[in-house]
Design a protein around this ligand. Structure first.
Ligand SMILES: Nc1ncnc2c1ncn2[C@@H]1O[C@H](COP(=O)(O)OP(=O)(O)OP(=O)(O)O)[C@@H](O)[C@H]1O
Ligand code: SF4
Ligand SMILES: [Mg+2]
Length: 368
């Protein structure tokens, strides 16, 4: 029985040619579904499509748990992730990044919206085992996400066992192959998670996520618990594995430096909504939304001597139970005007494939 549906992909070793970093955004039409490289691989095929995703959590009160409101954690979020590419999802704490990732993965049931994996809609009726073959999740805390009583090898091959793939010897061989790919040694196979460092545990988590050769891996802050030097190793590992396997990543992070290093495209979230999405170079070099401009103003510029004017946002993230009417960012936006309180800006194209939700995104970018 084959253990890997795209048999041998992880074992091929040689890194495949990376596709160009061109962005393709659904609303443009011309890009979606077209393209492809000289090897016939279609970089423009969205492997994951998220449309108008909404997730509300009930707020309950009193001994009878009466529903008194809703946390608007994710409000009408749409994006696509392309084969062999990484979409970074960034934003400050509490903006809804993890809830988006977990709802896409169906760890949480969406309030509404559609998620398609390779064109097939995922619904409540989708068999979780089928879904687990194509989508995997890497958690922030590599220790809590591993079973402390299972050896590293068994942790890595647990998804295979659950799927009933292969016998014990075949799963062991697959564990060895995955260990080699994430930079762990054969003599570490039978150690318990407690005997590994944080970076090594995250490598185990990544190996487990790749065990079934998924099409998409959602990584929720996978390096934020690690030292900076270990972060770089894990990010380089992710880049290499993606080049070898064509897996698509949805990479959730609050760290814009990390996202710049890894991602082809970037989506910026604020209070449950995407406020800007585009190609990495577009977003980092020409941020159009005032919130993106403020976030990026705090990130060191990778050019010696160059500096950005720091934009310090006033106030805290408003409550997602009662988000501001109109533009959700207006209570902290240095460019806000009367219309911002009346009309919610649409996420729309301002310059080609870069989508921005701001009434004044065309204005000069003197704040950057
Ligand atoms: N199970 C839950 N029940 C109620 N509210 C929740 C639940 N999970 C998350 N929330 C709320 O939803 C909002 C978004 O939370 P989420 O964890 O998605 O944010 P985040 O962007 O991942 O933040 P962080 O960067 O701190 O991880 C927050 O206001 C949070 O308190
Ligand atoms: S719509 Fe108004 S409040 Fe919102 S980001 Fe643009 S200028 Fe600021
Ligand atoms: Mg989170």
């Amino acid at each position: 029985m084959p253990l890997c549906r795209r048999g041998g992909e992880l074992g091929e070793g040689a890194a495949r040619e990376r596709r160009g970093g061109g962005v393709s955004v659904r609303t443009e039409g011309k890009d979606a579904g077209s393209g492809g490289d000289t090897l016939g691989r279609d970089a423009k095929t969205p492997v994951l499509q998220v449309e108008h995703l909404v997730k509300h959590f009930p707020v309950r009160k009193g001994v009878f748990g009466r529903r008194v409101g809703e946390v608007h954690a994710v409000s009408d979020v749409s994006f696509e992730v392309f084969k062999g590419q990484t979409l970074g999802l960034v934003g400050e704490s509490g903006c809804g990044k993890s809830t988006t990732g977990r709802t896409v993965m169906r760890l949480l049931e969406p309030t509404s919206g559609v998620v398609r994996l390779q064109g097939q809609e995922i619904t409540a009726a989708t068999n979780p085992r089928d879904l687990a073959r194509d989508m995997a999740f890497v958690f922030q805390d590599p220790f809590a996400s591993l079973n402390p009583r299972l050896t590293a090898a068994k942790n890595v091959t647990e998804p295979l066992r659950i799927q009933g793939a292969g016998d014990a010897a075949q799963r062991r061989a697959r564990a060895l192959e995955l260990f080699a790919h994430v930079g762990l040694r054969e003599d570490q196979l039978d150690r318990l998670p407690s005997e590994f460092s944080g970076g090594q545990r995250q490598r185990i988590g990544i190996a487990r996520a790749l065990a079934l050769s998924p099409k998409v891996v959602i990584l929720d802050e996978p390096v934020s618990a690690l030292d900076v030097s270990v972060q770089a190793q894990v990010l380089n590992l992710l880049k290499r594995l993606q080049a070898e396997t064509d897996v698509a990543f949805l990479f959730i992070s609050h760290d814009l430096s990390v996202v710049r290093h890894l991602c082809d495209r970037v989506a910026v979230m604020y209070l449950g909504k995407i406020v800007e999405i585009g190609d990495r170079a577009q977003v980092y070099d020409r941020p159009l939304h005032p919130y993106t401009q403020a976030l990026l103003s705090a990130v060191p510029v990778p050019v010696p001597g160059a500096r950005r004017n720091r934009i310090v946002l006033q106030g805290d993230l408003p409550s997602p139970v009662n988000p501001p009417k109109g533009c959700r960012f207006r209570t902290r936006c240095p460019k806000a005007q009367a219309i911002c309180a009346e009309k919610e800006p649409e996420l729309a194209s301002r310059t080609g494939a870069q989508l921005v939700a701001c009434h004044f995104a065309d204005d000069d970018r003197s704040m950057v």
